[in-house]
Design a binder for this molecule. Structure first.
Ligand SMILES: Nc1ncnc2c1ncn2[C@@H]1O[C@H](COP(=O)(O)OP(=O)(O)O)[C@@H](O)[C@H]1O
Ligand SMILES: [Mg+2]
Length: 285
């Protein structure tokens, strides 16, 4: 009988583990979906005006060609000037440069988003690599900026950091979750501060918000899978659970400080180097 029990327990544990990894997977998918929507929105705007500028530029080119063709045909300079006037040459001249500048900016914006996306697309790569934490944070900021900018002013206070050994895209995912939570905690308009620093063995980054804060009662359950105080559809309660497991995989830890009504601060500590056999730190949350 004890053997049977032990077998059953083992089986249950296995099922639980599987369910857990499925949940984390679904949180990742949700985050990717959210990301995709943000990216689509962010790209849509520049593509829209670049496209419309291109149409206007096509009209201008047609008019300019008309003027050049006329120069072969007209009998007098006055006649050519009349054509130029009729086609509003003076205005075209001014507007062309503005349209080109604006279009270039738009394409630059799209390019930077695509670069950021490329960083994120390595999310499933599981190899530790030496990476610049600031670059990862900037990449993540760039991607969520669309959601953040309406909620908060984002302030960066970066310290001096060496490169750290980490799973870069997964750390981006942690930053994404913390930034999203920070934005969601703010009613109306607030401030989100992104700081970094390090000591001899660890680097840290933190996300501080001026949101509604966390009560002592909720504080205990933050990292529990499914713990959410958000309405259905907005919160899955898996963001911090996923972040926790990623940080644990690095042998790091997450510190939380919060004052209800004032705001919250989530600080992620990551070892600068991975020891060959990573032992997750004990239950310090
Ligand atoms: N910056 C924050 N300010 C206030 N509450 C927070 C913050 N971050 C997380 N929380 C609380 O922790 C809960 C769990 O967060 P998370 O695991 O990301 O799930 P979700 O965001 O889907 O609810 C949130 O519902 C919220 O109550
Ligand atoms: Mg969340």
């Amino acid at each position: 009988m004890p053997t049977n029990d032990a077998q059953r327990t083992e089986e249950l544990l296995r099922e639980l583990e599987q369910a857990n990894s499925q949940l984390l997977q679904s949180e990742k998918l949700a985050a990717i979906g959210q990301l995709a929507a943000g990216v689509a929105h962010e790209i849509n705007n520049p593509i829209g005006y670049v496209f419309s500028n291109l149409k206007t530029l096509a009209d201008y080119v047609r008019d300019l060609l008309q003027i050049i063709d006329a120069s072969d045909r007209v009998a007098s300079l006055e006649e050519l000037q009349a054509v130029k006037q009729r086609l509003d040459y003076g205005y075209i001249r001014e507007d062309v440069q503005a349209l080109i500048n604006e279009s270039e900016e738009g394409i630059e914006r799209v390019k930077s988003i695509i670069t950021a996306l490329k960083d994120f697309s390595h999310i499933e790569e599981d190899d530790f690599a030496t990476a610049d934490l600031h670059r990862g944070l900037d990449t993540t900021l760039n991607l969520v900026n669309n959601e953040l900018k309406y909620k908060a002013e984002v302030v960066k206070q970066y310290g001096e950091l060496p490169e750290i050994e980490c799973l870069p895209s997964q750390i981006n995912q942690v930053a994404l979750n913390l930034l999203t939570n920070a934005a969601q905690s703010i009613e109306g308009h607030g401030r989100i501060t992104l700081r970094t620093g390090c000591d001899a063995t660890h680097a840290w980054f933190e996300v501080e918000d001026t949101g509604h804060g966390i009560t002592a009662e909720h504080r205990e359950r933050l990292f529990d899978p499914f713990f959410t105080t958000k309405p259905v559809g907005e919160g899955t309660g898996l963001g911090l659970a996923l972040s926790w497991s990623i940080v644990q995989k690095h042998g790091g830890r997450i510190e939380v400080a919060s004052e209800p009504g004032q705001g919250s601060r989530f600080r992620v500590w990551l070892p600068l180097h991975q020891s060959p056999n990573v032992q997750p730190e004990s239950e310090s949350r």
